[in-house]
Design a binder for this molecule. Sequence first.
Ligand code: HAM
Length: 423
Amino acid sequence: MIQKPKGTYDILGNESGEILYLKKLIESLMDKYNYKYYKTPTFESSELFHRGVGETTDIVNKETYDFKDRGNRDMTLRPEGTAGIVRCFIENKLYALGKPLKAWYLGSMFRYERPQAGRNREFMQFGVEAFGSNDPMLDAEVISIIVNLFKLLGLKGIKVNINSLGDRESRENYRKALLEYFKPYLNNLCDDCRNRYEKNPLRILDCKVDSKKEIMKNAPKLTDYLNEESKRHFEMVQKYLDSMDIEYVVNPNIVRGLDYYTHTVFEVEADIKNFGSQNVLGAGGRYDHLVETIGGPSTPGVGFAIGIERLLLALKAEGIDINEEKELDVYAFSTSSNEKPYLINTVNMLRMNGFNVEADFMDRNMKNNFKHADKLKAKFIIIIGSDEVENNIITIKNNTTKEEFKVKKDNIVEFLDSKMGDE
Ligand code: HAM
């Protein structure tokens, strides 16, 4: 039997109400913030992610799905959404439009990771990216989107961690300090970290192998290397969060697993008992040089992405049910095949007038049709026999009150509209 690939999952019809509800909520929230929906390809040139996400990150080094297409081009299934949106921003010259340009997206991302609860190889992210403004108020707005989405969903157990990685100058000073600090300990570090030492020493602090070692704990702290401008930016972000009454913790350990960040970075954790280790529901930050790195004009940016699967797990852990059941207005059947043209005509017309309608496709007998209508929780049942066809009428039964009516076919929409109003 062919099975789904490891780390992927199916969403079945009876549980899809959750994701559909979430999509609607996200869409309406994005309207409130004036973000526009963008869709970019699920695969891009491999070079985009190497340049964008960073050569020294685990995501690019160990986790990408790379393939050659039939034209022998190097392609990669996107491991995240930011690089693609930046490529789209540059390619479509969106920098010529009004600023800030605000984009949101929702779609599958792919990372070859070891699957476990909340960590999949194909997963869904909802993300936003805003381009063209240095204003720390925009960093605060972006963080407020995550917080408000979770609030609207009724999710209480969350913790917002923020940090600043500073601007280029601060980062460079810090890089030098790290090189000096780790030099005598090079032999105590793993192979990956020795490689990182040359290319990007900041990544050493993010190492999964060496993270518990004592030398890590005593390493220089980035906060001590922020220049005045970086400090001011970070203070303002906090001030704006305070004025929105958003609670947060300044956590100097947040360095993020992608290379493009400057200034503000943040991670929103599920602060829920026994939630499991994959507890970061959403994360992001500012990236003031990424557009340039990918080949566009110097343009600051800030954004985040939320892992939809982890968000759904968090909702479940807090007992919040968002699985909206769709209601069926009408179930319709005919007493023989002769009436099927009239049946499908009626069903089609009702659907085009806004009703949710199911028909009998299994040639059930009368008794089983009524049973099936109950199973589908249909509000009304339409029965079409030869009499109905001859007289151009419809027999319709209210499945709650069990009242039965004979209505002219031309009046059925009006009839249902008035009855639905009573419901
Ligand atoms: P990220 O931290 O790599 O950031 O991913 C964001 C979120 O995606 C994570 O917090 C997590 O909820 C979810 N996620 C990541 N990997 C997996 C996985 N294997 N399975 C399930 N969920 C996962 C980014 O991707 C950046 N592009 C965010 C960003 C946007 N920064 C600025 N703009």
